[in-house]
Design a protein around this ligand. Structure first.
Ligand code: ZN
Length: 643
């Protein structure tokens, strides 16, 4: 803490100032805060598991340990990886270069997708139909680009042009590493950038993408082909292993009609280069040192990271990202205590109770809508720590000396696993995050809140800490995830996960007014020189925090400590609650990463998450004696109360 600061002036520094001063971002990281400290702890725990598993002499063939150990060992074998250079992708590059017309471009793109090579041109996945969530449907989305957002192609300020140049250098370098002359590689870079820029122009913004109705466009496959005649979807989807389907969900029809025009107006030679680039960029992090270094130089321009993440850390993340549910089984065996699950169940049930009270007491919502909101609240499915049914990657071949092929095989396996869900009942046991992940999520079509084992640790959760710490930490996280079901996007889904309005028009208008006020509050936060928080992009997360912290506080006040005034280490229970919340969000971030976060991340920066909700809560004013004249002071009438 920094007790020299007045909490009402700068609650962030008051709660975390000394820590922030003493904990700069390490050279191999882009940000450093509570999340990162716990992630660092977890990745080291994972490293130990992986190192030990890789060294086992007697692991049975096909066993969990053997497969996980071999995957990691192969990734750590930099001698073999370096010796191979770019030979693992030579054949793919040749195939990409052999296309002769637009039809072959599309066929090759489909093959690349099903072979785990790359996903060029557009996005594709199989997921629940949000107007009929018991059905799995093929879904097409805008895509085709490489930079983290369309803005990077379209903006011309100094920060953006510097990144554009770094991206072009990256393209040039990867091509020259495969024997292309410098001049030809530079030309390729221009070709690719211009082509991707056109795709970026066709894309919707992230804010537009948050609208679940606007992004819901259902087509009969034959009708969709009529709007994009060059993309023969019947043939294309068959090549993409999608069979027995007559409809498709499209998130942006405009993107695909523009792509259709682009396909016919662009020379095939350019598409050839584009396909080769897709092979190169997907493979680069898994190839020899020169490729990895080129990839890092590009990452550096985007994030500001000073030195490369060590190989063990990259391979630990890669193992988690590729065969995470095998690794997860070993992780929870060693690091998750069943008592924590019971305590979490209790916390969740207390949060739901508090939320119920709050919904019942809302002064702006009619009884009819309240009834629907309560029905939704009681229909939430919580998932805690790890899946009841683990994915075992049946049939995925992993060998100890073929790292690149292992990654490829996993890509193919994941693709086949995804398309195999078509025509089957929705698998409700599935998880969207792995067990060691330090995060949590709400999934509106499942109406579920999910908390991986990784986040169920200090500073979020500690069975030995006082309630103030747990309610201000994991309690607020639980409340946050519940609130996603009631944020500007999640509130458009009903209790069964169907995208369907359950609000009266008057209640919806009042809700939107409150949301707009919160949007304005966040729009006013300046992050870096001219960069502001995007109130619209971050609205869902900010409603999540505001609803979540209020519900957590309500639940905390039901505990013995919440009802008492007994100080611990000089702080009242309420002060400890808000300090726990603040310290969860403390963190330093490199300016380059902060700039990227504002464009791409729907979460507000930690500093503004720390203060964004408390400044709307009367209890925070009382706890820290915040008065008119203090910098963070808001008049009682201006304090935003949503959930
Ligand atoms: Zn969230």
């Amino acid at each position: 803490m920094d007790l020299g600061v007045k909490p009402g002036d700068d609650f962030y520094s008051y709660a975390s100032g000394t820590w922030l001063k003493n904990n700069p971002v390490p050279a191999k990281e882009t940000r450093w805060g509570s999340f990162n400290v716990l992630r660092d702890f977890n990745i080291n725990a994972v490293k130990t598991i992986l190192t030990e598993t890789a060294q086992l002499k007697n692991a049975a063939p096909g066993s969990l340990e053997k497969r996980v150990g071999d995957f990691y060992a192969a990734g750590m074998d930099s001698v073999t990886i370096d010796k191979l250079g770019y030979s693992p992708i030579k054949a793919d590059l040749q195939k990409a270069a052999s296309v002769k017309n637009v039809k072959e471009v599309l066929d090759q793109a489909a093959t690349m997708r099903t072979s785990g090579i790359a996903a060029p041109l557009f996005g594709f996945y199989v997921g629940q139909d949000r107007k009929n969530p018991n059905n799995m449907v093929p879904q097409l989305s805008q895509g085709g680009t490489t930079l983290p957002d369309r803005d990077y192609y379209l903006k011309n300020d100094a920060r953006s042009t510097k990144i554009q140049q770094a991206y072009k250098n990256y393209i040039t370098q990867l091509f020259t590493l495969t024997g292309v002359s410098q001049a030809a590689a530079q030309k390729n870079a221009e070709t690719i950038f211009n082509l991707e820029k056109k795709m970026a122009e066709a894309q919707m913004s992230r804010v537009e993408m948050r609208d679940p109705y606007k992004t819901y466009n259902k087509f009969a496959i034959a009708d969709f082909t009529k709007t994009t005649p060059t993309l023969d979807w019947k043939g294309l989807l068959t090549k993409m292993k999608v069979t027995g389907q007559d409809t498709v969900l499209v998130n942006s029809s405009k993107f695909f009609t523009d792509l259709n025009s682009l396909l016919t107006s662009t020379p095939v030679a350019d598409w050839k280069t584009y396909l080769q680039w897709n092979v190169l960029k997907s493979a680069a992090p898994h190839l020899s040192t020169p490729f990895v270094n080129a990839n890092f130089a590009y990452t550096q321009a985007l994030t500001g990271q000073k030195i490369q993440t060590p190989r063990w850390q990259r391979m630990s993340s890669q193992t988690d990202g590729t065969i995470g549910e095998l690794l997860g089984q070993l992780y929870v065996k060693k690091h998750f205590k069943p008592e924590a699950k019971a305590r979490m169940e209790e916390l969740i049930s207390n949060l739901v109770k508090a939320y119920e009270i709050r919904i019942k007491n809302l002064d702006w919502m009619s009884p009819v809508t309240k009834e629907k909101a309560l029905a939704k609240l009681h229909a939430f499915t919580p998932k805690i720590a790890y899946p009841n049914k683990w994915k075992n990657y049946e049939g995925l071949e992993i060998k100890r000396n073929t790292y690149f092929q292992n990654v490829r095989n996993a890509g193919v396996w994941a693709y086949n696993d995804m398309v195999s869900q078509l025509g089957k009942p929705v698998d409700r046991t599935k998880w969207g995050m792995t067990a060691p992940t330090v995060n949590a999520y709400y999934n509106p079509v499942m109406n579920e809140i999910v908390f991986p084992a990784g986040i169920l640790q200090f500073p979020f959760f500690d069975p030995n800490a006082d309630d103030a710490v747990n309610y201000g930490g994991i309690g607020a996280v639980i409340g946050h995830e519940i609130s996603h079901g009631f944020d500007d996007s999640g509130s458009q889904y009903d209790k069964d996960g169907t995208l369907r309005n359950w609000w009266t028009p008057e209640d919806l208008t009042r809700f939107k007014e409150k949301a707009t006020a919160l949007q304005k509050q966040f729009d006013a936060y300046t992050v870096l020189d001219t960069i502001h928080v995007n109130g619209k992009l971050t609205l869902g997360e900010n409603i999540g925090d505001l609803g979540g912290l209020n519900a957590a506080y309500e639940a905390f006040k039901m505990t013995k400590q919440g009802k008492s005034n007994e100080k611990i280490e000089g702080f009242t229970p309420d002060q400890r609650f808000f300090l726990a919340w603040a310290q969860v969000w403390r963190g330093n971030i490199l300016p380059e990463s902060a700039a990227q976060q504002i464009i791409t991340d729907p979460h507000s920066p930690g500093e503004y998450r720390t203060i964004g909700a408390p400044v709307n809560m009367d209890a925070w004013y009382q706890a820290f004696d915040v008065k008119p004249g203090d910098k963070l002071y808001k008049k009682p009438a201006d304090r935003i109360k949503i959930w």
